[in-house]
Write a protein that binds this ligand. Structure first.
Ligand SMILES: [Fe+2]
Ligand SMILES: [Fe+2]
Length: 144
């Protein structure tokens, strides 16, 4: 299984909360592993690889929401709905994989955008909240 590589994750996206950054990095690594897999991968192996990714991102969303809840993040409900929409999108992509509807690399490319949408966009207001609450000082990214 791919291991987190924190060098890849842009520092500006790092939340410094309870391992969430490592989870983000692992999701990128899993999406990349899927994209790099040979196109002629047998269907069972391809589906197992996708399901591993799906389980990892679903677990990440649950963990992230738990961290947000503990910190009384006021946008938690909206963020939860955003996560649900992303999971629905992944379920559709899984269906396309099962049905051999599209090239597997296209499906993985679309799956990677789900990770990007979470990490690079939706999670950033949470980082702003952490700054506003004094839980991040702004020095973490430079020295971690
Ligand atoms: Fe998120
Ligand atoms: Fe996230």
């Amino acid at each position: 299984m791919p291991q987190p590589n924190t060098a890849f994750l842009p520092q500006a996206t790092r939340l410094h909360q309870d391992g969430l950054d490592d989870e983000h990095q692992l999701l990128f690594a899993l999406a990349k592993a899927g994209s790099d897999a040979p196109g002629q991968l047998d269907p069972d192996t391809a589906l197992a690889q996708f399901d591993l990714f799906f389980e990892a991102i679903a677990a990440h969303f649950g963990h992230e929401e738990l961290v947000m809840a503990r910190l009384c993040y006021p946008l938690l409900q909206a963020h939860h709905l955003h996560h649900q929409r992303l999971l629905t999108r992944l379920e559709v992509l899984r269906g396309e994989l099962v049905g051999h509807c599209r090239d597997i690399h296209e499906i993985w490319s679309d799956s990677a955008t789900v990770v990007i949408e979470d990490v690079m966009s939706a999670d950033l207001p949470f980082k702003t909240f952490l700054h506003e609450q004094g839980m991040l000082t702004g020095k973490e990214d430079k020295y971690s």
